[in-house]
Ligand binder design. Structure first.
Ligand SMILES: CC(C)(COP(=O)(O)OP(=O)(O)OC[C@H]1O[C@@H](n2cnc3c(N)ncnc32)[C@H](O)[C@@H]1OP(=O)(O)O)[C@@H](O)C(=O)NCCC(=O)NCCS
Length: 149
């Protein structure tokens, strides 16, 4: 399978389609989209296998994240989703690595993410360490994780 990526504002429409299917329809989130999705600093990332849309993520400077203090080089990763039929084949890891590469190129030195607790083993394998309290985002437990890039 040939893997390609989309990036930036023009990737938002495809990213929104994956997020609707995974976070709204599969996981039941009500407030999936926010004004930050359309901010100029937001970088949407999409993944295609042989041209077919399979997953997405987003990555952005911490200035766009009200829950975090801003600091030089601090970036945030999130909304990682792979369509159910395409999971467990390494695509989630590829989206994370591509987003880290994009952020690093833009000057990021540390990455933070608000992980669903059930996905923490996935992020731990990629080098992220949990910090702070476990808190509910809608009906799902989350915890911040971070790593140096
Ligand atoms: C999380 C997600 C993006 C991973 O995508 P993927 O393409 O399956 O990821 P990969 O194939 O690269 O990695 C899968 C690995 O992560 C682990 N993993 C993924 N989700 C997990 C979870 N919820 N709990 C525990 N482990 C998980 C798998 O066991 C697997 O480990 P292995 O390689 O040792 O078997 C995908 O499961 C998904 O879209 N889930 C629904 C949306 C979601 O919860 N996103 C995370 C929000 S924080």
């Amino acid at each position: 399978m040939e893997i390609t990526f989309g990036q930036g504002a023009e990737a938002f429409e495809d990213a929104a389609a994956v997020r609707t299917r995974v976070f709204v329809e599969e996981q039941g989130f009500k407030n999936e989209f926010g004004p930050e999705d359309e901010a100029s600093e937001m970088i949407h990332v999409t993944l295609y296998g042989d041209g077919v849309l399979l997953g997405c993520a987003r990555v952005f400077p911490a200035t766009l994240e009200p829950a975090l203090d801003d600091a030089p080089g601090r970036w945030v990763f999130g909304r990682l989703a792979v369509l159910p039929e395409a999971r467990k084949g390494g695509l989630g890891s590829l989206l994370l690595a591509e987003s880290e590469r994009i952020a690093r190129e833009a000057g990021a030195t540390e990455m933070h993410l608000h992980a669903q607790c059930s996905a923490q083993p996935f992020y731990a394998k990629a080098g992220y360490a949990a910090y702070g309290p476990v808190e509910l985002d809608e009906h799902v437990e989350h915890q911040w994780m971070a790593k140096a890039l």
